[in-house]
Design a protein around this ligand. Sequence first.
Ligand SMILES: Nc1ncnc2c1ncn2[C@@H]1O[C@H](COP(=O)(O)OP(=O)(O)OP(=O)(O)O)[C@@H](O)[C@H]1O
Ligand SMILES: [Mg+2]
Length: 135
Amino acid sequence: MHAVEGIGFRLHAGETLALVGESASGKSTTGKALCNLVPFTGDVRINGTHIGGLSPARMKPVRRDIQMIFKDPYASLDPRMRVGELVGEPLKIHGLATGSELTDRVEYLFRRVGLPPEAASRYPHEISGGQRQRA
Ligand SMILES: Nc1ncnc2c1ncn2[C@@H]1O[C@H](COP(=O)(O)OP(=O)(O)OP(=O)(O)O)[C@@H](O)[C@H]1O
Ligand SMILES: [Mg+2]
């Protein structure tokens, strides 16, 4: 099954690209290929790194630079984790911050998107839908 064929583009830093097309034309599959979440042939490079066939370990540093943000925040947020932990988890996984530095960076991110600090200790179902999307 080829979900999408013959697509090519370059996206430079600071640019935004909207992919528009009819249902089942392959938009989501293109996004998944960029994140190495589906097998693909051809050349996908993220900041110069060819990601085709990379092991999960070799893919990990690339994942610092690229991620999916799904439309439905309920599908993205682990219901058993508090919102502050959820936002801090990638920083921990990539070894970017721990301890008080991690807390400070999560607080900073909350301020940047207008989430109240008390939302950090709540579970995803305990904040509003718009707050969940910002989280
Ligand atoms: N896991 C899968 N297994 C088999 N076929 C799939 C799979 N996922 C998607 N497809 C098929 O691949 C094609 C592209 O699907 P894709 O999800 O990329 O479309 P889309 O452009 O995102 O559509 P929509 O606008 O409806 O979200 C469709 O024909 C779809 O049925
Ligand atoms: Mg889609």
